[in-house]
Design a protein around this ligand. Structure first.
Ligand code: ATP
Ligand code: MG
Length: 648
């Protein structure tokens, strides 16, 4: 078995970090012992219009349920991202935009330019009848105008609902209808990895199924697209006639800021609703501490604005902190597998934040693509979205970061608004694959999945959060019962994350995967992450997904889907070797019953493995695969079906 060593905090980090080990311990204690004082302090990072005097009023018991933060405070989030920086850093770059193809000219917007663009667009929204509280659907590619659109909504108190610009017309229509928005912002086309995405055509198709009055369209690729008179508006033309002055709306801390539908890994997407004040404090605080962010640094989160990571860590968190945030239109493997690292070198990026799925895909192609770039500007590397297997973690640390950059493996959810469990680069020794320790104000607990009692010490079970934090979602849009039902009924009085977790003897948290994915082999409960990591540890394996399958004797058996490294031949010998390998690494109990080689795994558009589909294939219950509308590439499923042992 490969040895995954613990990395102590480097000396220069311990000496210079915003939060070192002692500061973490002190602040963490303060945040849970006296939340009112702690959060009153952290609230000072916001420019309030009226300062809050009531800080925390929350209760998870269903008969007295409430989540209110800073409830008598008023603010405007766009003003916090823009206006207050004008005097001090108006000419600093707010958004650096790197296009899909490196030869296309890049763009940059200073805080002053972003402020002006936001005001003009806010006035356009008002001109089109959008009022405080109205929902605005945003279906835009990764271009600066997407941030402008978000900030313009926040400026006038409209609630944005971003739909990832890769979703189908049906998925888009479903989300437009669910939040009852009558206006959609889009572009002629999107561009990803050299391929055009017909965004306007998708919107037109969605409009046939949803009630939309206005479509504002940005000309991005310049494609010739149909234009519906009376409904469609040309973005640039319309904005040119608007005033560059727009007073920010005074919003209450608990007024809605945005709706975002979860990725859909587990079922029907939920319209997660976030409010203004608590979210602002949370996004700003976590961005600063997790990345040890200092003004002047070039910071890059490679997530799409269609996901919560793009909301909190491409746009709101960095802009509140006066950062230069890089927005990347493209993909990691276009024009070639060096693209990420070339962009890092081009702008001298100091913090880089990406998903394990992208890292595993790049790892599969070999180290040369990385090694031919410098990356010496990098200081912190981040991971988000899925458990990062120790093998991929080591590769990120050794090859990408040259053993120099701490990795922050950030566990959180659309529902949590920002980081919940993560190491801080100057405070925590790193264990590859562990999300480590809770953020300030976060009280995680591990409970027995069967009866919900809290387990102490080194243990494993379901991950819950005992008390509220400012960035918590407030409801499922239009369905408060579903909110209570989904998150607070399983273990009464506690927020249920849906994830499984292990806490080791040093108090480190390890996310083991979704609790629904836990496999029970002859009475032994096993997280999918553990078996997958063992497989990825093998040199021939790039990625693996593991699910349970019915088994006469053991109750459940283990079914593993394996994607091998570029150039590896998928032979019968290798299959047997992998089965023995897992047996040796974890123990006989974890011996896979089936190993199926898979050229690709079914993933959501945010890059997460959809195990529920794999489970159906493993169970040979393929009549109804459930909601597959958020699947990135449905053809992957056909291949899996054709090559499953059941098909033979
Ligand atoms: P849905 O809720 O619709 O099924 P989703 O859970 O994939 O979709 P997100 O809110 O984007 O939607 O993802 C949150 C989930 O991602 C977490 O609950 C966890 O399972 C996983 N996750 C995120 N970050 C990490 C991490 N650092 N380590 C382990 N798992 C993570
Ligand atoms: Mg989820």
């Amino acid at each position: 078995m490969h040895e995954h060593v613990t990395h102590p905090v480097p000396a220069e980090w311990a000496a210079n970090a915003k939060i070192d080990a002692d500061a973490y311990a002190l602040k963490y204690r303060a945040s849970v012992d006296d939340p009112d004082s702690f959060w009153l302090g952290e609230a000072q990072r916001i420019d309030w219009m009226r300062a809050p005097t009531k800080i925390k009023d929350t209760c998870f018991d269903t008969d007295n349920f409430r989540i209110k933060w800073f409830e008598d405070g008023t603010l405007n989030l766009a003003a916090n991202c823009l206006d207050r920086h004008l005097a001090t850093r108006g000419d600093d770059v707010a958004i650096l935009w790197e296009p899909d193809h490196p030869d296309t000219p890049n763009r940059q917007l200073t805080y002053r330019e972003l402020h002006e663009a936001t005001c003009r667009f806010a006035n356009l929204l008002k001109d089109k009848g959008v009022k405080r509280g109205d929902r605005v659907t945003i279906y835009l590619p990764m271009v600066p105008e997407a941030a402008v659109a978000m900030l313009a909504c926040a400026r006038i108190g409209a609630v944005h609902s971003i739909v990832f610009a890769g979703f189908s017309p049906d998925a888009l229509a479903q989300r437009i209808t669910d939040c009852e928005s009558t206006i959609v912002l889009t572009s002629d086309e999107g561009l990803r990895g050299g391929k055009k995405v017909p965004l306007k055509a998708n919107v037109d198709a969605a409009c046939a199924k949803a009630k939309v009055d206005t479509v504002i369209m940005l000309r991005h690729t310049g494609a010739d697209v149909p234009f519906v008179e009376g409904r469609d508006v040309d973005w640039a033309e319309a904005v040119a006639g608007m005033s560059a002055h727009c007073e920010p709306e005074e919003m209450n801390a608990e007024d809605p800021l945005f709706i975002l539908y979860t990725s859909g890994s587990t079922g029907k997407p939920k319209g997660v609703l976030h409010t203004t004040g608590g979210y602002a404090v949370w996004a700003s605080m976590t961005h600063e501490y997790t990345f040890d962010y200092r003004p002047g640094q070039i910071y890059w989160c490679a997530a799409d604005i269609g996901w919560v990571t793009g909301h909190s860590y491409v746009v709101y968190g960095p802009l509140m902190n006066g950062a230069t945030t890089l927005m990347f239109e493209g993909v990691p493997n276009y024009p070639d597998f060096s693209r990420f690292w070339q962009v890092v070198d081009k702008y001298e990026v100091e913090q880089f934040y990406a998903a394990p799925t992208a890292l595993r895909a790049l790892m599969r192609e070999g180290d040369e693509w990385v090694k031919k770039t410098s990356r010496k500007s990098l200081k912190v590397l981040g991971s988000v979205g899925e458990p990062i297997n120790p093998e991929a973690w080591d590769w990120y640390y050794d090859v990408v970061g040259d053993k120099r950059c701490p990795i922050v493996d950030t566990w959180w959810q659309t529902e949590t608004g920002g980081h919940m469990i993560t190491p801080l680069p100057g405070a925590h020794a790193l264990k590859p694959g562990s999300a480590s320790f809770p953020m300030f104000g976060v009280q995680p607990a591990v409970v027995d999945p069967a009866d919900g009692h809290v387990l102490e010490g080194a243990t494993e079970g379901a991950l819950v959060i005992l008390d509220s934090w400012p960035g918590q979602m407030r409801t499922v849009y239009g369905d408060h019962d579903r909110f209570i039902q989904t998150y607070f009924s399983q273990y009464p009085g506690k927020y249920f994350t849906g994830d499984g977790c292990r806490r080791d003897e040093d108090g480190y948290y390890w996310i083991t995967g979704r609790i629904d994915d836990v496999i029970n082999v002859s009475g032994h409960r096993m997280g999918t992450a553990e078996v997958e990591s063992a497989l990825v540890d093998h040199d021939a394996v790039a990625e693996a997904a593991v699910v349970g399958m019915p088994h006469d004797v053991k109750g459940q058996g283990i079914y593993a889907y394996v994607t091998t490294m570029e150039g590896v031949e998928n032979t019968e010998e290798l299959r047997k070797e992998l089965i023995q390998w897992v047996r040796k690494e974890i123990g006989p109990i974890a011996t896979p019953d089936v190993v199926q080689f898979a050229p690709g795994l079914p993933k959501t558009r945010s890059g997460k493995i959809m195990r529920r589909i794999l489970r159906k294939i493993a169970e040979n219950d393929t009549g109804n695969l459930g909601d597959t509308s958020t699947l990135a590439d449905p053809s992957v499923v056909d291949d899996l079906l054709a090559n499953s042992p059941h098909a033979k």
